[in-house]
Design a protein around this ligand. Structure first.
Ligand SMILES: Cc1ncc(COP(=O)(O)O)c(C=O)c1O
Length: 396
């Protein structure tokens, strides 16, 4: 029997939700169903809102210090959920995962340094590198039409020719939902350690494993990984609390950590915020049953989309994710330009989805669909895609 309700449609308009209230700015219209930015349309675990409410019953909201129990809740969760052991000194707060990447880029590299990314990948990686006047070095994923893999030879070639300072790894990899295997991660660690590089591993989707898979933190795979890794995580995707901004960082290597953590501290980049520590601790301590039910619902949504497309929309294929609630849809068989594809989805199907090309030019012909929404919303969106594609074919 399910305890939580993921089927009810919650009106999020007017709550400053980027997904809804940011539609005009992002898509130029708001009369569309938003299935883009990566948060969930589900109510959070009630223990989280109860903990926040309890604190807000006190009328003074002064400066605050994170209690030991907050740090311990992160440590306990990682050990319990992933067998990932971290100590208090290895752990720090960061004001968001993208900001954490920006902080690492600024601290560990200089203007003009090369930083490797593996597109199609979460677009802020490129924006952080370019915005900080570092060089983007692309090692695109390999794609055989069904599956994506990491191009390890390509990575070695870039290391040998461009001498990058850093690599930003996405593990699991957004937008495709790949959990990299131990062997791949070990090889990345060996190559990067040999080259004296740092690997910033964004593991924000790590709690969202599907089909009984296990998350493999990059830093956990070998001594070399331990030497080079800056790991970033958060309860934000896991428990649908990105608005609270409660991300964390782990650096295991004492040499790597010392200067960096000192720099974060003197600039107060590592200072937790009252509301985020309360929300995060409640989530880590009381949210597991909610998470497991949410993942089961998302799993069924992913199958629902896949089955619907196979039965009703020839020419559109879903690439099955191993983690998370984002689905990479391949529209290439329709033979449209990216502009035509986005016009079809936005103006004909009335859906706001992420344009695949924002994740790199390798994403042309693709879009990213967020299935973290009630099934009835998803069903309606699929009907709209079917009708738009049928109309397109009828007019061709
Ligand atoms: C891979 C990845 N990293 C980071 C973020 C954003 O994290 P934050 O809001 O903590 O910056 C997202 C959000 O979609 C993401 O998919």
């Amino acid at each position: 029997m399910s305890k939580y309700d993921f089927d009810s449609v919650i009106d999020r308009h007017g709550t400053y939700a980027t997904k809804f209230d940011g539609l005009d700015q992002m898509f130029g219209r708001h009369d569309v169903t938003p299935l883009w930015i990566a948060d969930l349309d589900f109510a959070v675990c009630p223990d989280i809102t109860a903990a926040l409410r309890r604190r807000l019953d006190h009328p003074v909201l002064g400066y605050s210090a994170a209690p030991d129990s907050y740090w311990q809740s992160i440590i306990d969760w990682q050990k319990h959920r992933h067998g990932f052991e971290i100590t208090r000194e290895e752990l720090t707060f960061i004001p968001g995962v993208v900001k954490g990447i920006g902080l690492a880029v600024n601290y560990f590299s200089d203007k003009g340094d090369g930083i490797v990314i593996q597109p199609p990948v979460y677009h802020p990686f490129r924006m952080v590198i370019e915005g900080n006047e570092r060089r983007v070095l692309e090692n695109p994923l390999l794609f055989d039409g069904r599956e994506y893999t990491m191009d390890l030879e390509g990575l070695q070639h870039i290391i040998d020719t461009e001498h990058p300072r850093m690599m930003i790894l996405c593990n699991p990899h957004n937008p495709i939902g790949i959990q990299w295997d131990v062997e791949t991660l070990c090889r990345v660690a060996d190559m990067c350690a040999r080259a004296g590089m740092i690997v910033v591993s964004d593991e924000i989707h790590g709690d969202l494993m599907l089909d009984g898979r296990r998350h493999i933190p990059f830093v956990s795979v070998s001594d070399n990984a331990r030497r080079v890794a800056v790991t970033l995580g958060a309860p934000s995707k896991t428990f649908n609390i990105p608005g609270l901004v409660s991300s964390w960082m782990v650096v295991k290597d004492p040499e790597l950590r010392r200067g960096f953590y000192h720099w974060l501290e003197v600039n107060e980049f590592d200072a937790p915020v009252l509301i985020s520590t309360i929300g995060a601790e409640a989530a880590y301590r009381h949210g597991e049953a909610w998470l497991d039910e949410m993942l089961a619902y998302v799993h069924d949504n992913l199958h629902y989309v896949n089955d619907y497309l196979n039965a009703n929309v020839p020419g559109v294929t879903a690439i099955r994710p191993q983690a998370s609630f984002l689905l990479w849809l391949d529209f290439r068989e329709l033979g449209l330009s990216q502009d035509e594809l986005m016009h079809l989805l936005l103006d004909k199907a009335h859906l706001a989805l992420n344009d695949g090309s924002m994740f790199g030019r390798q994403g042309v012909g693709f879009v990213r669909l967020n299935v973290g929404t009630p099934r009835c919303v998803l069903h309606q969106a699929l009907e709209h895609i079917r009708l738009a594609v049928e109309q397109l074919k009828a007019n061709q």
